[in-house]
Design a binder for this molecule. Structure first.
Ligand code: AP5
Ligand code: MG
Length: 217
């Protein structure tokens, strides 16, 4: 099963991906997570990405496309893949069409998590992440069952993403809102697009996604 998870910043792509991989053994490929890992490791890619990410801008297409092309050749994608945060531009979508054709790993579906942009800034400001395993939480909507202890790994340390600071959030939202509609049209034209309502609680969103995936499996 080869998927794209689409949605504006804070729509819940990472949150739903965490749930999908528990049920389906497919590789979760988040370009944002890959850039953050590269930044943490101080690599050349990380240095390139940092200046864009800190301002809420997109990293240039050619950098991102090369990264995804390499990642889609790794063995764990043989059982399927789920792209999260890629593509974000029409140029990236076209590049992905070429990459998946060349690697013979065609897309099965694009799942768009649709959320009213007005609520996203609050969601992003309230996000916090487990330092040990990367599980995502939210001060307003989704706290661990035991306060201060990660549900997934038992870790006790959490952090806020640099680009969730208020001065970056607005720009990130603006940049992504502009790109979103043409991308949705691109996949609707190709009959690959499914939209779920992301304005409901996390388990209800997952139930909608599961229905789509069950019909495909
Ligand atoms: P990336 O890391 O992909 O960030 P993003 O698209 O801005 O999306 P987020 O990760 O912020 O949101 P999400 O949808 O995963 O939401 P989450 O599940 O965490 O990209 C970061 C940057 O990298 C970009 O700005 C760009 O610079 C660069 N980049 C990445 N890909 C690129 C590309 N292809 N091209 C160029 N540049 C690229 O949920 C958010 C919060 O809400 C959490 O706290 C969560 O607990 C909560 N939540 C989730 N679902 C719900 C719900 N249903 N109800 C209530 N709360 C919820
Ligand atoms: Mg994410």
């Amino acid at each position: 099963m080869n998927l794209i998870l689409m949605g504006l910043p804070g729509a819940g792509k990472g949150t739903q991906a965490e749930k999908i991989v528990v049920k389906y053994p497919i590789a979760h490929i988040s370009t944002g997570d890959m850039f953050r890992a590269a930044m943490a490791n101080g690599t050349e890619l990380g240095k390139q990405a940092k200046s864009y990410m800190d301002q809420g801008q997109l990293v240039p297409d050619e950098v991102t496309e090369g990264l995804v092309k390499e990642r889609l050749q790794e063995p764990d994608t043989e059982s399927g893949y789920m792209l999260d945060g890629f593509p974000r531009t029409i140029a990236q979508a076209e590049a992905l069409t070429d990459i998946t054709a060349e690697l013979n790993k065609p897309l099965d579906a694009v799942i768009n998590i649709d959320v009213d942009p007005k609520i996203l800034a609050d969601r992003l400001s309230a996000r916090y992440i487990c330092k040990t395993c990367g599980a995502t939480y939210n001060k307003l909507y989704h706290n661990p069952k035991v306060e201060g202890t990660c549900d997934r790994c038992g870790g006790h340390e959490f952090f806020q993403r640099d680009d969730d600071k208020p001065e970056t959030v607005q720009n990130r939202l603006q940049v992504n809102i502009e790109m979103n509609t043409p991308l949705l049209d691109f996949y609707a034209d190709r009959k690959l697009l499914y939209t779920v309502n992301g304005d409901q609680d996390i388990d209800a969103v997952f139930a909608e996604i599961e229905k789509i995936l069950a019909a495909m499996a």
